[in-house]
Design a binder for this molecule. Structure first.
Ligand code: ACO
Length: 695
């Protein structure tokens, strides 16, 4: 795999004689990128291109080849990869387009199968190429290089990557590598995360994702989580809207999963989710250059109240509140401001600020161990010029060092750009706008906070697999996709989910007997595998207080149900104890095509859709995941005691763990829905459970 980033020997397959063609451009870029290894050309119609010796096939190359970069029309790629295999090449980057993205899925599969047979890793196809600033190498067809630095960027979009080369250069953002992964037929984000985790030159991994492949989500989540423990992973996931999802489908042919699931998975992975390209690279810059924030408050140092307030709002909104500075520090800061300045926080040096007073105040806050991080904002037009502002910051840093995050924003005209770039070169992440600076600082806090969070113990429930298997097997044998209410209760019970007391009754007399045992009041529900929502069709009677009422209710339920859904099969009824109303929560799960089982928890009852108060996590879950799920919702806050005693959250957590384990153990279950679950001060009971099977 490392050969993808750091090859010693390369063969460019399709090294064209025509300088305008992609194969020729790639060769030229490799040669001009300072690559120190051996380069071969492969072209049946040429013996030399750009001074590089060419061979008719990879098989004819005399020396070893670490990496083949392929730029021949798509239909020739399978044969080229086969020859690479026979040559012993272990990494192949396929630049060529014309695969899955245009519907040629079989051709892409063929390439991957040939590669697998030979133990080759394939990057692409449909990529712009790769830059690695340490090797150094540029084997893309773009004649431009990024600034060297410590951000690694992985992108499904080649065009985006290309345009960002210039954008980031302008802003002084440096890269360890840029990897275009295109259709990601083989090497994907997860593989690269595992690689870059070990790369000391990469301090931050930034990823642009359109969609992960079917069933790949969990691997990505695990690799991102593992990586997040040693360096930040920032993800821009496109495709929040339906229109965007459609565009992605026609773009890389990948499957865009539900955005809410990605959101949950990224949280679980402790990755930071950026909302825009600007955020992605602004955060990456700050995280690449900043140490961990210290204890104590963040400080904003400005000469203008407005920018201070704006920055404070952003910080606060992203979970970084500012505290007033200790009195003695305030006293020391007063030396650098007129009497009408403010030393609280934000610190306002006022329009009277000079380069010297900025420097002095900055030294004070950088030195003070009770300050965790510093954000400086200055605007053009004040007495110091942008150059003088920049020099004041650099001089303070030179004196004190950078043991805590220092982020600078200078707002103004073109001159400021140059100053910001110089500050970045001096190791200080710097931005034009105070919002960007504040959001970058908040991202630094967020990363280190998440990194400190425990990974947590696995939340596994070992259920009675044999029992659940038997019930599921019977329903499947009958070709059903929905378990009956009683079957659903049985499966739930097999996994330790407390359910309402119930009994199955094939006829009225058995129902009456069961009700006597359970004790009135009871509820009746038609036992059918064909209708999930029975209330809507008159299949349920509640609050039956006597045998007389039961007999009447039985007749009515059967009659109305049969009239409304004449084709539905009816096996009898279930008799259930009427439970006293508790707090209504729900726990559900479904199978996501990308991430697998996804468990949800939230405010339950008939208004679920309307209330939309829920949280999601990808199973398997840890105890911390479940705790986070509860924390994230209003229901969780209500359960922990809102205008009343705290309810039995632990019982609910166990249900979440049970549902997750059930989904993990039985691939054939497509979804589970326990709603409502009545939660009491002691205990929780699922009043209704629905288990659906895959069609
Ligand atoms: N082995 C070695 N060389 C070969 C082979 C072979 N099997 N077959 C052909 N060649 C040689 C040709 O002789 C030719 O060299 P020549 O010009 O000296 O005769 C060279 O390889 C190129 O072959 P062409 O048939 O001329 O192909 P062309 O260069 O026109 O196109 C390419 C090939 C660039 C791979 C094209 O098919 C393609 O896919 N282009 C799109 C690439 C792309 O956009 N990738 C995604 C980037 S992401 C983004 O930015 C959107």
């Amino acid at each position: 795999m490392w050969a993808i980033l750091r090859p010693n020997s390369i063969a460019v397959v399709g090294a064209s004689r025509d300088p305008s063609k992609i194969g020729s451009r790639i060769l030229r870029n490799i040669l001009s990128s300072g690559f120190q290894g051996v380069v071969y050309g492969v072209n049946p119609n040429a013996s030399e291109v750009l001074g590089v010796r060419c061979y008719p096939s990879v098989l004819d190359v005399p020396g070893a080849v670490d990496l083949a970069v392929v730029a021949v029309p798509a239909r020739f790629v399978p044969q080229v990869v086969e020859e690479c295999g026979r040559k012993g090449v272990k990494a192949v980057a396929v630049i060529s387009s014309g695969f899955k993205e245009v519907g040629n899925t079989d051709l892409e599969k063929e390439v991957v199968e040939i590669a697998k047979k030979h133990g080759i890793r394939i990057l692409g196809p449909n990529i712009v190429g790769v830059w690695d600033t340490r090797t150094p190498i540029n084997y893309s067809f773009i004649d431009a290089n990024p600034l060297p630095g410590s951000v690694a960027f992985i992108s499904q979009s080649g065009a985006l990557m290309t345009s960002l080369l210039w954008w980031t250069r302008e802003r002084g953002i440096g890269f360890s590598c840029l990897v275009s992964i295109g259709n990601r037929a083989d090497v994907g984000e997860a593989d690269l995360l595992a690689l870059l985790r070990e790369d000391p030159r990469t301090k931050v991994v930034a990823i642009y994702i359109e969609g992960l492949g079917l069933g790949e989500g969990r691997k990505f989540l695990d690799e991102a989580l593992e990586t997040s423990t040693v360096k930040p992973v920032i993800v821009l996931k496109a495709g929040r809207s339906e229109a965007a999802v459609e565009a992605i489908r026609s773009h890389t042919g990948s499957l865009a999963g539900s955005d809410e699931v990605y959101e949950a998975a990224l949280k679980q992975a402790r990755a930071l989710r950026a909302a825009s390209l600007r955020e992605l690279f602004n955060w990456a810059l700050a995280l690449a250059l900043s140490p961990e924030p210290g204890e104590g408050t963040a400080v904003i140092l400005t000469h203008g109240g407005g920018a201070g307030v704006i920055a404070a709002d952003v910080l606060n909104g992203m979970g970084v509140p500012l505290a007033p500075l200790p009195q003695d520090l305030q006293e020391r800061l007063r030396k650098f401001m007129p009497p009408f300045g403010s030393a609280r926080n934000p610190v306002d040096l006022t329009g009277m600020m000079t380069a010297e007073s900025l420097r002095g105040a900055l030294v004070e806050v950088l030195r003070d161990p009770r300050v965790g991080a510093v954000l400086v904002w200055a605007g053009q037009g004040a007495i110091p010029t942008p150059e003088e502002l920049g020099e004041a910051v650099v001089s303070a840093v030179r004196e004190v060092g950078l043991a805590k995050p220092l982020i600078v924003s200078i707002t103004g005209g073109g001159e400021c750009r140059e100053v910001l770039k110089r500050l970045i070169q001096a190791g200080v992440p710097s931005y034009e706008s105070p919002e960007d600076a504040a959001s970058a600082l908040a991202a630094v806090y967020r990363y280190y906070r998440r990194r400190r969070e425990r990974k947590g113990e696995p939340a596994r429930v070992e259920g009675d697999r044999a029992r659940a298997k038997e019930i599921l097997g019977r329903a499947r044998a009958e070709g059903r996709v929905l378990l009956t209410p009683v079957e659903s209760f049985e499966v739930a019970r097999a996994y330790g989910i407390p359910v309402v007391e119930y009994a199955f009754a094939p006829d009225l007399e058995t129902a009456a007997k069961a009700a006597r045992v359970i004790g009135y009041p009871v509820a009746l529900a038609v036992e059918t595998p064909d209708v999930a929502h029975k209330t809507d069709v008159g299949g349920i009677a509640l609050n039956i207080k006597s045998e007389e009422e039961l007999r009447a209710a039985y007749a009515k339920v059967m009659e109305v149900f049969a009239r409304n859904v004449p084709k539905a099969r009816v096996f009898g009824v279930s008799v259930r104890k009427m439970m006293p109303r508790g707090f209504e929560a729900f726990v559900g799960a479904r199978r996501d095509p990308v991430f697998g089982p996804v468990v949800s928890f939230g405010w339950g009852g008939v208004m679920v859709e309307l209330v939309r108060d829920f949280s999601l996590r990808v199973a398997p879950l840890t105890q911390d995941d479940i705790e986070d799920m509860i924390e994230e919702t209003k229901a969780g806050k209500a359960l922990k005691g809102y205008r009343g005693p705290p309810l039995d959250v632990e019982a609910l957590k166990n249900i979440v763990a049970s549902v997750a384990s059930l989904m993990e153990d039985f691939e054939e279950i497509s979804s589970v829905d326990a709603n409502p679950i009545f939660v009491y001060e002691k205990g929780a009971v699922a009043v209704d459970v629905k288990v659906y099977l895959k069609a």
